[in-house]
Each structure stands twice: as structure tokens, then as C-alpha cells.
Design a protein around this ligand. Structure first.
Ligand SMILES: [Fe+2]
Length: 501
């Protein structure tokens, strides 16, 4: 099949799982909204729905944010969880709200704005959910007409060019936002052939600015690949058939390869046709193991597969490759591994009704893929982890250290601490925010003059406020050098990106 035909197939296939024969959930009494309201769990604050956009507001700042942090931290996450008295059944379903923290020394201002996706606009107008979401099939929802008709733009952000930020989802198009006002400008069109194609929320940016990304069409078992030039235009896109292509949320690049870790969480059309949500149409099939797929960056037809023990992941830290004495190549990739997918099926669902369910613990892991022998090995570190981030200048290169959330909280969801870990030695230092804090993703911000900075947010449940903190990257345990406290709590978000002024 020619590339163009494949692209057409995938563009239409983007909608296929949604257009499959559709059965609404049985009209049973849905108590999720009432359950959430009745919950006395303090942590439910992080999953409440802000009734409207959050206007630009100054924070109270202690200390001074270093000059290297003069700029804007963009963050995004699910925020619109309920509408018309009905509440979504999964954290990942909610309408995206994009945040910006504008940092200037002793001043920090914050703004939050819902992404005005076609789905959100239509549902607000109707006063109820019209279309199914990742983990929820609302009663009386109509079948979606395309992947983008269920796009909630809630997962990550990417600055593509001055003045524009992309709000990313993974099942459909990126959404363009004005970087200064956060106003929604419309869907991103890379090419007319690619409208509505899946574009993942974890693109990787090479040190030269080249952007690599992928997308998964679960129903067609096709993997879309994208190469985007530093100045913005699409260089290449194609689709690659992958047998039993599972849910893939993140990937890695090296200098010469694209690297995918594929947990055995595979889409089953029959389940979808029986009325399951997109998430519940996936089946955990540990007999498949964790497959790794390595694709040559220059020639996407050159691919090699590897086998690791079964496990689940959302996130990858980084990958890099080394040439061995023998002349062969070995790829190192670090990621956050769990024994199974209970977090996505259960934990991140039940918290939407104020219930905490413990899932398999996520740990930092390092895998090695030997391209010469085809062998793969894995080492799991004794470190709880999520939201791994590295120095953005080291993407695809040997990076050594990873910033990540750590220390699972007792008695509630989420993490209490932020860590900076050397994945080669296992040495790790951390700052413990405390039992009252829900720690979100922290990013590494380089500083040409020194070891750099760690910047991120936490929801302080005691104060009922969100706090932005900055740490010296080499003295994380010493605590923040500057903190900005907002006058209110923000909904817990997923990913962000810092853009210097
Ligand atoms: Fe993610």
C-alpha cells in the first residue's frame, strides 16, 4: 500500500473505534457526582472542577526566582470533570485547562484557561456530555464523528514557534493556543492528509530542534510517525503497521533511533463493539511481555523488536546509545515501570468519586537493548517514581540524571517528594514536601552558568493552595530557593514545559 493510501486509511481509522457499533451504558443510577461530593477526603480538592477560567493573578513569592527562570512555565491537565450533574468516571477524561506561570524574579503571576475544544464548546452549550471520553461512555451520548470530536486537549504542551503553544492529547490533533492569552486558536494542521490523525502528548525535541512524535491507531494496529523541522513545518509522516499495537503513551529518541516500549495492553474491537469505553476496550495480555520496538530515524522501514518482562508504563525518561568495543550498538532507556495496568484501570478512575484504590507501585527502571544480539535486559531501581524529566539539552544523549516525583503518600493518592536521581549509580537526593502535599511534575531548567534548576508545582492540602517551587538542581535536598503561593488550589495537572522569556 502506498504511503498516501496508508495516511488516508489512518486518518479515517482515527475515527473507527469511535464509529464502531455503539451501545450506551445501561441507564443505571449514576452516583459518581454525589459520591465525590460526599467524600471527606482532603485530596479530592485536586480533582474538583474549576467553574470557570482563572484570570491572571499574582502569587505571594518567598525568595527570588533565578534569572534563568525568567519566563513562563506552561502546564496542562484534566480540569472539567463534571457537567450537568454528571461526573466523568476517569481522571483522564476531563476537559483540559492550560496554566501559565509567568516568572520574573520576585514576581509570579498565574492564569488558567480551559481549552475551547469543539467538544467542550458543544457540551457547555448543551449543558451535558454529548460524546464519550477515554474512560467514560456517558448515557445518551451520540457516536463521535471523528477522533477529534472526543479530543479534550488535556495532556501536555509543546511550544512550536514564538507566540503559539500546542495543547496535546494523544488520540487526535494538537490544539493551537495563543501563548500570551491562552486563547484557543483551532486545531493544528500539519498537512491536509493528516487531519484528525493521532498525535501523541509526548513529542521529543532533539538538541537541534527537530521534533519527533508518534500516534497510535488502536483499532487499525497502526503507528503514525512524524518528523517536524525546528522551524515548524512537517518534514515527514507515515504509518507503520505493528502487530497487536498496544496503548503507547510515551516514547524516546536516541541520536539515530526512535524507541518504543510497548506494554501488553491491547485494544479489542469486540469489547468496543459491546459498548465499552476506549480504555475498557483494552485487555491486559501479559503473555505478550513488554515489547520494545526500535526504528531507524532516517529509514522507518528498518525496525528491530526486543522482548522484556511484562510490565506497564506511562512515561519514559530518556534513551541514548553507545557503541561497544565490539562495534555493536546498545540502547539504554529509562522509564517508570509498574507490574500491571491497575493504575489506569482502577486508581485513576476511582479517585473521580473520591475513593482511593492502591495500584501496582511505579518504579524507575533502566532497560538495555543490544542491537547486535537482539537481547534486552532490565533493571528496576528501588525508587518509586512518576513524571520523569531530564535536562532538555540531553534528549537522545547520555543524560545520567532524571528528575521525578517520588515517595508514594500514605493513605491518599500521589507523591510527597521530588527527587533527582542518577540512573547509572542509583544515587538519589530528594526534597520531601510533606504529607499534606500532592507533588506534580517538576521540570529541569538549564542554566549556562551552573548545574541548573528544578521547577514544579505541588498542591498543598493544608493551605488549600497550589505552590510553585524552584530548587538548585545539585542541592535539591536543601529545599526551595524560591516559592510562589497562589491564592487558590489548581486542579492537579499532568505535564508542562518551561519557556525562557
Ligand atoms: Fe504523560
Amino acid at each position: 500500500m502506498q504511503r498516501r493510501d496508508l495516511l488516508r486509511l489512518l486518518a479515517s481509522a482515527g475515527a473507527t473505534p469511535l464509529l464502531a457499533p455503539f451501545t450506551t451504558q445501561a441507564a443505571e443510577l449514576d452516583t459518581w457526582q454525589a459520591d465525590f461530593e460526599a467524600s471527606t477526603a482532603p485530596w479530592k480538592l485536586g480533582f474538583a472542577t474549576p467553574p470557570s477560567d482563572l484570570p491572571l493573578t499574582p502569587a505571594t513569592v518567598h525568595g527570588r526566582f533565578p534569572d534563568a527562570l525568567a519566563g513562563t512555565l506552561y502546564r496542562i491537565g484534566p480540569a472539567g470533570h463534571d457537567l450537568g450533574g454528571e461526573r466523568y468516571h476517569h481522571w483522564f477524561d476531563g476537559d483540559g485547562m492550560v496554566q501559565r506561570f509567568v516568572i520574573e524574579g520576585t514576581q509570579v503571576r498565574h492564569q488558567g484557561r480551559y481549552v475551547a475544544t469543539p467538544k467542550r464548546v458543544a457540551e457547555l452549550r448543551a449543558g451535558r456530555r454529548l460524546t464519550e471520553a477515554f474512560g467514560t461512555v456517558p448515557p445518551d451520548a451520540s457516536p463521535p464523528t471523528s477522533a477529534d470530536s472526543m479530543n479534550v486537549a488535556n495532556t501536555s504542551v509543546l511550544l512550536v514557534q514564538q507566540g503559539e503553544v500546542l495543547a496535546l492529547w494523544e488520540g487526535g490533533s494538537a490544539t493551537r493556543l495563543d501563548a500570551r492569552t491562552l486563547e484557543t486558536l483551532g486545531v493544528k494542521r500539519w498537512h491536509a492528509d493528516l487531519d484528525g490523525m493521532p498525535f501523541s502528548a509526548h513529542p521529543k525535541v532533539d538538541p537541534d530542534g527537530t521534533v519527533w512524535n508518534f500516534g497510535v491507531s488502536a483499532s487499525q494496529s497502526l503507528l503514525a510517525l512524524y518528523e517536524i523541522a525546528p522551524e515548524g513545518p512537517l518534514r515527514r509522516a507515515a504509518v507503520v503497521p505493528v502487530a497487536e499495537l498496544p496503548m503507547v503513551h510515551d516514547f524516546a529518541v536516541t541520536t539515530r533511533h526512535l524507541v518504543f516500549l510497548m506494554p501488553p495492553l491491547v485494544y479489542d474491537k469486540a469489547r468496543k463493539q459491546a459498548g465499552a469505553s476506549f480504555l475498557d476496550a483494552h485487555v491486559w495480555r501479559p503473555e505478550l511481555g513488554m515489547r520494545a520496538l526500535v526504528i531507524d530515524k532516517k529509514d522507518w522501514s528498518k525496525r528491530q523488536s526486543f522482548q522484556l518482562p511484562a510490565g506497564f508504563l506511562f512515561h519514559v525518561g530518556n534513551a541514548w546509545e553507545e557503541t561497544q568495543v565490539s562495534g555493536g550498538t546498545q540502547i539504554h532507556i529509562d522509564y517508570v515501570r509498574s507490574d500491571n495496568a491497575s493504575s489506569v484501570f482502577t486508581t485513576n478512575r476511582e479517585l473521580m468519586r473520591g475513593r482511593r484504590v492502591v495500584s501496582a507501585e511505579p518504579h524507575l527502571a533502566v532497560a538495555t537493548l543490544n542491537l547486535a544480539t537482539g537481547q534486552a535486559t532490565q533493571e528496576v531501581l528501588a525508587l518509586e517514581a512518576e513524571f520523569p524529566r531530564i535536562d532538555p539539552r540531553r534528549v537522545g544523549l547520555r543524560h545520567r540524571s532524571v528528575v521525578h516525583a517520588t515517595q508514594l503518600a500514605d493513605g491518599r493518592p500521589g507523591f510527597c517528594a521530588i527527587a533527582h536521581t542518577n540512573v547509572e549509580t542509583g544515587r538519589s537526593q530528594r526534597f520531601v514536601y510533606g504529607k499534606q502535599a500532592m507533588v506534580e511534575e517538576h521540570v529541569f531548567v538549564p542554566d549556562g552558568k551552573g548545574p541548573g534548576w528544578i521547577l514544579g508545582t505541588a498542591l498543598d492540602l493544608a493551605q488549600r493552595r497550589t505552590v510553585l517551587s524552584c530548587f538548585a538542581a545539585d542541592q535539591l535536598a536543601a529545599g526551595p530557593v524560591a516559592q510562589a503561593t497562589l491564592p487558590h488550589a489548581l486542579p492537579l495537572g499532568l505535564h508542562g514545559s518551561f519557556v525562557p522569556a
